[in-house]
Design a protein around this ligand. Structure first.
Ligand code: DQA
Length: 143
């Protein structure tokens, strides 16, 4: 069975209450349920984590190669700051797809650069929950 690791970065645990004008009212739980539903239909195993800690995300990516065939990640604020997450994704043997709920190019200037994009297979952004679903679809297609 194909197994995918889904990583949600910092503050995404607050979805639903956090800046609803940007991210909508959808909760992380609802996003995870939609991902699990899709994975169930496609007979794919999903392991989902959320972390507010850069080092913990790096550790999870290091371990992922042994257990998973792909990574779906929303690095959240670390997208724009984390050389450590970029470097471990670059060295990771399994394919990664980056997703964002919002279109980072429509937003503040400091968000308009992703350190992660050059080291992933592709990026889906701007479609809210559907960014994750489209990202999972694309990742499975690569695998
Ligand atoms: C985000 C965009 C980031 O700039 C922001 O820091 C987030 C969420 C998104 O999904 O749109 O936390 O990754």
């Amino acid at each position: 069975m194909i197994r995918i690791l889904v990583i949600h970065g910092p503050n995404l645990n607050l979805l639903g209450a956090r800046e609803p004008e940007v991210y909508g009212r959808i909760t992380l739980k609802a996003i995870n349920q939609a991902l699990k539903k899709m994975a169930g239909k496609k007979k794919v195993g999903l392991s989902i984590i959320q972390s507010n800690h850069e080092g913990e995300i790096v550790d999870k990516i290091h371990q992922a190669g042994k257990k998973f065939q792909g990574i779906l990640i929303n690095p959240a604020a670390y997208t724009h700051t984390s050389v450590a997450i970029r470097d471990c994704l670059a060295g990771c043997a399994i394919p990664t797809v980056e997703v964002h709920l919002s279109n980072i190019y429509f937003r503040e200037e400091f968000r308009q650069k992703s350190l992660v994009t050059p080291v992933v297979k592709g990026t889906v952004m701007g479609f809210g929950k559907n960014s994750y679903l489209l990202g999972l679809e694309a990742l499975l297609d690569i695998i």
